[in-house]
Design a protein around this ligand. Structure first.
Ligand code: GLC
Length: 444
């Protein structure tokens, strides 16, 4: 009974951690100011760099789930060369995509650090032909371009001899029966966090794997305080068992607007985080519409790329990031520094608002032209233009009854000549901050 209960608990913790946000113990008012850059940033690029790219297999999970032996998984150390690793070109591509931050794996669940950790020999510097730290040169290049730096760090370390977990159906020991050993692991992982904090000073921490143990066992509060002592402005994702600042729904697209102050959808470009022989690439149109959907619901998108073992980026990922960047370059005013849009039901598509809510942006998917309807807008529209090309659009208010407070319907004409290759954005300048009728019709 106890064991199965443990399984239920850990799977619940996994679900909360990966798809939701363990109820934060942090007062949002205390962190509102430092989260502002994150709220405005909208787009981050996730990078899963690791030895799993040598054979193109599931990052860490491939040996944990026994798809491959641990011995064979670790043989990939010998093939990790980074011989064409060019952090400047990575930073150029990230900048071109329009992203305002990037998050790179400093260590995944497999325990292989991508930086020159001094408290372990399992790193890209000491255990692979690459013999180099990935993090510092990359952060340096990002900072030259004023792009925020995020450090992904896996609390889980399935390689470390003092970590209890190892394979999906076998563990090295039970914490409750050997706290000394767990303490040794805790000193190890907290030591690595201290290294990363001290040497690289991340603007953002992306913890992962918190579901395997409780906040007490991780000493989550101590970890948070250690990070904030070194950098009070650092922000932490919601995978520190309740001591994070924002939620991280993963690969799961919200339908109703998430009720978090800040949240970020993390998503792969194909179906895998690391480099993989997986050709199921999302198209630029799919990526752009998913990005808009997250932003319209008040969130960010953290879009992943998985570089090859030599440090090059798959052509398909380069293409997507360039197309996304071109769209952002033209339509970015409707995305960056905006706030989530009006509630669903007023317009049959995503929307965003300017921070003062006097500008409403509508997103028209695909090659859809014609006449579009907007309901319950209790504002006068001063002007409608198309973002990125300035064309003025005409509109008509229909059905406004003089004796009723209920606003009429707005019909907006969008000719085919103004359409964007992917998503077209009419911009409505309103007479005052947006005011919406939310009634059910009738006489009220
Ligand atoms: C999950 C997976 C991990 C991946 C992460 C990215 O936590 O365990 O492999 O790196 O999601 O969000």
């Amino acid at each position: 009974m106890k064991y199965s209960k443990a399984i239920i608990l850990s799977s619940q913790m996994l679900l909360i951690s990966v798809f939701g946000f363990t109820q934060s113990k942090i007062n949002p008012n205390d962190i509102k100011e430092k989260m502002q850059w994150f709220a405005d940033a909208k787009l981050g690029i996730f990078i899963h760099a690791g030895i799993y790219s040598v054979d193109g297999i599931d990052e860490s999970w491939s040996f944990h789930n026994k798809k491959i032996s641990y011995t064979d998984y670790m043989k990939q150390l010998k093939g990790f060369t980074l011989k064409k690793y060019d952090p400047s070109s990575w930073a150029d591509l990230i900048q071109e995509s329009g992203a305002r931050y990037a998050v790179i794996t400093t260590k995944h669940h497999d325990g292989v650090a991508m930086y020159d950790t001094k408290i372990n020999d399992l790193s890209s510097v000491k255990a692979t032909p690459a013999k180099r730290d990935m993090i510092k040169p990359f952060f340096d290049e990002l900072r030259k371009r004023d792009i925020k730096c995020g450090a992904y760090y896996s609390l889980i370390d399935w390689s470390y001899a003092d970590y209890p977990g190892f394979l999906k159906d076998s563990s090295r020991y039970k914490v409750e029966s050997d706290y000394e050993r767990w303490n040794r692991f805790r000193q190890f992982f907290q030591g690595q966090i201290r290294e990363i904090s001290t040497w690289y000073n991340p603007d953002l921490w992306w913890f992962d794997g918190d579901w395997e143990h409780s906040a007490e066992r991780w000493e989550s509060e101590k970890v948070r305080n250690m990070i904030l002592t070194n950098n009070p402005k650092a922000i932490i994702n919601g995978r520190l068992q309740g001591y994070g600042d924002y939620a991280t729904p993963e690969q799961n697209f919200p339908v109703t607007r998430p009720k978090f102050d800040w949240w970020e959808l993390c998503m792969t470009t194909n179906d895998n985080w690391g480099f993989h022989h997986d050709e199921n690439w999302k198209t630029p149109y799919e990526i752009i519409t998913i990005f808009i959907d997250a932003v319209s619901n008040g969130g960010n998108l953290l879009l992943d790329m998985g570089p090859k073992e030599d440090g090059t980026i798959p052509a398909e990922q380069i293409h997507v990031l360039k197309e996304l960047g071109a769209w952002n370059k033209k339509n970015g005013e409707a995305i960056f520094n905006t706030i989530g849009g009006i509630p669903q039901g007023h317009f049959y598509g995503p929307t965003t608002l300017s921070k003062d809510s006097t500008v409403l942006y509508l997103f028209l998917h695909g090659q859809s032209s014609g006449t579009f309807m907007l309901k319950g807008l209790d504002n006068k529209i001063q002007e409608i233009t198309v973002v990125g090309n300035g064309t003025k659009l005409s509109h008509k208010v229909v059905g406004k009854i003089s004796w009723s407070p209920v606003p009429g319907l707005v019909y907006i004409d969008v000719p085919a000549t103004v359409l964007d290759k992917y998503v077209t954005v009419p911009k409505l300048k309103l007479d005052k901050p947006v005011k919406l009728y939310r009634g059910q019709g009738g006489f009220n």
